[in-house]
Design a protein around this ligand. Sequence first.
Ligand code: FUB
Ligand code: ZN
Length: 671
Amino acid sequence: MKLAGWMAMVLISSAVGFARADAPARQRPAALTSVTIQDAFWSPKRDLWRQTTITDCLNKFEKDGALTNFDLVRDGKEAGIHHGAPWFDGLVYEMITGASGFLVTNPDPQLEARLDGYIDRIAAAAARDPDGYLNTYTTAKEPTHRWGANGGNDLFQHDLYNAGCMVEAGVHYYRATGKTKLLATGVRMANYMCDVMGPAPKKNLIPGHAISELSFFELYQLLAAEPALKAKLGGDLDETRFLKLAQFWIDARGHHEGRKDFNAYDQDHVPVAEQQTIEGHAVRATLLASAITAIGRDGGRPDYLPIADRWWTDMATKRTYLTGGVGASAEAENFGPDYFLPNDGYAETCAAVARAFFDQQMLQCTGNAAAADELERALYNGALSGVSAAGTSYFYENPLKADPKRNRWDWHGCPCCPPMFLKLMSAMPGYIYSTDDHGLFVNLFVGSTVKAKIGQTDVTLTQTSGYPWSGDVMMKVDVKQPATMRLRVRIPEWCRPAVADALYRSDREPALDAFTLAVNGQAANYTVERGYAVVDRTWQGGDVVSVKIDVSPRRILAHPMVAEDRGKMALAAGPLVYCLESTDQGNPVGQSPAAQSFDQTTLSTDGPLGTEMRADLLGGVRVITGQAARKDGDNAAKSFNFTAIPFFATANRGPRSMAVWVPVATENRPG
Ligand code: FUB
Ligand code: ZN
């Protein structure tokens, strides 16, 4: 969170609707409980995050006093004392949400007992307030500014954000464990909020940091779907209040009567229906956009869908780094104008995570593979880079170039990114597959099994894959009786013809066999719809679909409007963006500043690119190799063999200089 020096930048852009929201091919995400991951790439990482990263973060939050804050309120000893940032309560709740996702797929009694202990402390603190209000910072430091009202400022206090995180954690912990203590605490708080804020005569209060919009909607959906749970939580509970308040928070943007104007920083400069581009703090903007999309789809507000479409299109086609990072400007952690993508930009891990949530919502809403492409881009690059290979150090910023001093941190004064990272990675199994009334969508290529019901038919699909290192994917379809079903397999963006005006494009059109699909060894007839290969057939138990995806290395060029990338090239293979780190490049011109910065390094637009699976490197990565040249001062350029590593693996060997975009040798620069 940074506010200093912030100036709103509102530029007009021509949004290119990637899929009109009025003609959606909607998907329903597979429930987390229906997917099991067994994948050479993801499983070891997920085990590490589950067993090491969660513990590491919880230990560090405890050490920071984030849990003590609740005890101080519980014991009535909080006056004037608060540890950490005002949003620490929210971050504890986010840890519970992230851990909950992992508990669904991997029950862990020890972790659950630890979280139960936290929840007891949280619930006891909330119980001290007659209304169930709990925000330890405000109670301790700004007791007259509850909700940021009466001269307070929720932009800083994060009262509504913390409450939203509590509700979200209550919902997710209930889904993971069936336990209702945190959910009941969140419902009490949510009910109190519904009493206080909303359309006049209630108070016009909106979240200074979006998140509550989506979590209140999730609470509404949970209670609407589970009457027994609703009865358990309180006979007269009316879940529609939570939906209405979530809608109010969206509709009240740009209407400042009786409250502070949070401006474009908080998507509050004009009503959302009038916002043409995605603006402001990138985490807030993308979390708000996720809620707008979800409520537009399932919350009775189809008028929100064109807003979501417009913002998403602006983000994906003009304001996204090659890595999926967003929020280029460090000044206010905000989106800059269209095509403003400096390589030393900000790209907070939280922003890559939140934009992935937005992508997932858009995918479910439109059924368009372009949204899954963007989700995958962030997942494998700009979000995955947020945690080290050892799982205990982190990045807040994920720029596409680094000086030799840049290193990961063990912890941070604003440790918002690790919990958001865990939320995404714990939810990720639910993003691999979706369904509709006709069949199954395969959105991501991850070794896994999904159990789905299509109409009356129970289907089990088992995917095995060496992705992202190899493009061979097998899917075994199991049905008890022969069944007619539509299988839709995403054709990744780099295997489809390039889109006009694309933000990033490969230097070559995809080969005709860049994506192939066979059923039981026979090339299959399929149609292509919204970026998916669509196979309609009567499936027999044991049918096997084999997909081959070209993951050979490719050179990437940016849209000419991206000033910083003009005359430069990046490398990618499959979904992975690559970077050069100084360590891997030999020592052709010594350790001069030129050698360290890559500004004097050039890549050629032709010549072979090789790949090699390096088990010895960074826990096992596939590198890209080729010829480059480097100048040192006035001396002639010397050629050398470069080795590029996946961007997600950067900064795992101590401080290193790094670059994703590298100048193209002038003699073969594309015209
Ligand atoms: O606003 C406080 C923190 O700053 C949030 O958790 C993140 O969005 C970060 O940008
Ligand atoms: Zn963050």
